[in-house]
Design a protein around this ligand. Structure first.
Ligand SMILES: Cc1cc2nc3c(=O)[nH]c(=O)nc-3n(C[C@H](O)[C@H](O)[C@H](O)COP(=O)(O)OP(=O)(O)OC[C@H]3O[C@@H](n4cnc5c(N)ncnc54)[C@H](O)[C@@H]3O)c2cc1C
Length: 401
C-alpha cells in the first residue's frame, strides 16, 4: 500500500501525529499491532501546551469536559499544611492541569483522526529506508505482519510512535541508553466522595516516611501514588508476602498521611519503576528531497522519563506536533532532532528533581524540606514554579494562546 506518511503505534502520540497530519490534508495510515488499545488510566495529567495542541485539532473542549481541571495543588507535611501552588499565573486560556484518564485522551484523538485511518492488528516488523538505486527512491518501506500475512506499506515519511519497548530503532542500527533509579512506585485509582471540599485539588504530602501524591479524576475517583520503601518490591499484581499493590498503597497512605483508603473502593492498581531512556538519534534522513525518506521517532519510542511530574505523554504530544511539521517540510530533520532532544533532556532533569524532593528521608532533612517548600510557596518563586509544572517553561514549548 502507498501513502504519504505511515505512523507506527496508535498510542496518544501516534494518534496525535496522525490527526495533525490529516488536518494538513496529508494522507496517513496509523499501524497498531494490538487488535484494540487497553483502556488503562496511566497518564492522567494533560498540561496547557498539550491542551493547545488538542485545541489546534478542535478537541480540547471535548477532553476538558471528560476530566477535572486542577487549578491548585495543596502541599502538606505529615502534620501540617505547607501551602498551595495555584495555576492561575499560567499564561493563556488553559490555566489548569487537566486530570483525565489516558484512554479518554486517546478516544478524542482517535475520533479526530478518523477511525478508518487506524489499522489495528498490524505489526510493523522492519523499516527499510530508501536505497539510492531504488526505483522508489525517496520512499520508505514499512514491513508489516497482519492476520492475513505479510504486507508492505510505502510512504514518503514514517513516524515511529511505538512506545518504550520499540525494537524498530534497533533494526535501523540505533541504540537506546537506559538508566533506572533503583526506586519503585505503586499507585491506584480509588472511589472518592466528590462532595469533599478538596475533591478537585491535587494533594501532595512530603513526610518523613516518604511522599504521597493524590490527584482527582473524573467519575468520582482519585489517583494515589506512593514510593515504596527501600528499593521497593518488583512490579506485578502481588508484592512479596502476598500483599497486593492496593494493600501497599492503602497502608503507606495511612502511615504517611493518616488518610484511610478502603481496599474495596480501589478500581485500578499498577506499579512502575522509573526509568530514563533515550535513543541516540531521533531522525534518519534517507531520501533525496527535504521531505522524502524521513524516519522520525516520537514519544516513548524516542525517550522515556520518570512519570513523577507527569511529563511523559505531554512531551510525546509536543514531539508529535513537531514531527508533523518535519514530515511536511516546515522544519528540517536536524531541527526536530535538536529541539526535541533538548526539550526531553530538560523535562527528564525536572522529573528526576521532582522525584528527589519526594525521596528525602530522616526527620531533620524532612523538616528542612518542609520549611523550604513552605517558604517557596509563599514567595514570588511560586509563579515560575506553577508555569514550570504546567510545562510552559520547557524549551520548544508551543506559544500560548
Ligand atoms: C502507570 C503509568 C502512569 C503514567 N502517568 C503519566 C502521567 O501522569 N503523565 C504523563 O505525561 N505520562 C505518564 N505516563 C507515561 C505515558 O503513559 C506514556 O508516556 C505514553 O503512553 C506514551 O505514549 P506513546 O504513544 O509514545 O506510546 P504508547 O502509549 O506506549 O503507545 C505505543 C503503541 O504502539 C504500539 N506498537 C508497538 N510496537 C508496534 C509495532 N511494531 N507495530 C505497530 N504498533 C506497535 C503499541 O501496541 C502501543 O499501542 C505514565 C505511564 C505509566 C505506565
Amino acid at each position: 500500500m502507498d501513502t504519504d506518511v505511515v505512523v507506527i503505534g496508535a498510542g496518544p502520540v501516534g494518534l496525535a501525529a496522525g490527526a495533525l497530519l490529516r488536518k494538513r490534508g496529508v494522507e496517513v495510515v496509523v499501524l497498531e499491532r494490538e487488535a484494540e488499545r487497553a483502556r488503562a488510566s496511566q497518564a492522567i495529567g494533560v498540561t496547557p501546551p498539550s491542551l493547545g495542541i488538542l485545541d489546534e485539532l478542535g478537541c480540547a473542549d471535548e477532553l476538558i469536559s471528560r476530566g477535572i481541571s486542577i487549578r491548585k495543588a495543596v502541599v502538606h507535611s505529615r502534620h501540617r499544611r505547607l501551602g498551595e501552588l495555584s495555576f492561575a499565573p499560567v499564561a493563556g486560556r488553559f490555566r489548569f492541569i487537566l486530570a483525565v484518564a489516558q484512554h479518554h485522551t486517546e478516544d478524542v484523538l482517535r475520533t479526530q483522526l478518523g477511525t478508518g485511518h487506524v489499522r489495528y492488528g498490524v505489526e510493523a516488523t522492519a523499516i527499510e529506508p530508501p536505497g539510492a538505486d531504488d526505483q522508489d527512491a525517496g520512499r520508505v518501506t514499512v514491513k508489516a505482519r497482519t492476520s492475513e500475512g505479510e504486507a508492505d506499506f510505502r510512504a514518503q515519511a514514517v513516524i515511529v510512535c511505538a512506545g518504550a519497548r520499540d525494537h524498530l530503532g534497533a533494526g535501523l542500527g540505533l541504540t537506546r541508553r537506559r538508566h533506572t533509579y533503583g526506586v519503585q512506585f505503586a499507585m491506584g485509582d480509588w472511589e472518592h466522595d466528590p462532595r469533599e471540599p478538596a475533591a478537585r485539588e491535587a494533594q501532595l504530602f512530603f513526610t518523613v516516611d516518604g511522599a504521597v501524591e493524590s490527584f482527582p479524576l473524573a467519575s468520582d475517583r482519585r489517583r494515589w501514588i506512593v514510593q515504596l520503601p527501600g528499593s521497593g518490591s518488583p512490579a506485578g499484581a502481588a508484592a512479596p508476602g502476598g500483599k497486593r499493590i492496593r494493600e501497599q498503597v492503602a497502608e503507606l497512605v495511612q502511615r504517611r498521611t493518616g488518610i484511610e483508603l478502603r481496599l474495596e473502593d480501589c478500581r485500578w492498581e499498577s506499579s512502575f519503576t522509573p526509568e530514563r531512556s533515550e535513543l541516540d538519534r531521533f531522525v534518519l534522513e534517507g531520501g533525496t528531497g527535504r521531505r522524502s525518506g524521513l524516519v522520525v521517532f516520537a514519544g516513548d519510542a524516542a525517550h522515556t522519563m520518570p512519570p513523577i511530574g507527569g511529563q511523559g505523554m505531554n512531551t510525546g504530544l509536543a514531539d508529535a506536533a513537531r514531527a508533523a511539521e518535519a514530515v511536511c517540510g516546515e522544519i528540517n530533520g536536524a531541527e526536530y532532532e535538536r529541539r526535541r532532544r533538548r526539550a526531553f533532556r530538560v523535562a527528564a532533569r525536572r522529573a528526576r528533581a521532582s522525584m528527589a524532593v519526594g525521596t528525602v528521608r530522616g526527620s531533620v532533612a524532612s523538616g528542612m524540606r518542609s520549611a523550604a517548600i513552605a517558604a517557596v510557596l509563599r514567595s514570588a518563586a511560586a509563579r515560575p514554579l506553577a508555569r514550570m509544572y504546567a510545562m510552559q517553561t520547557l524549551p520548544d514549548a508551543r506559544p500560548v494562546r
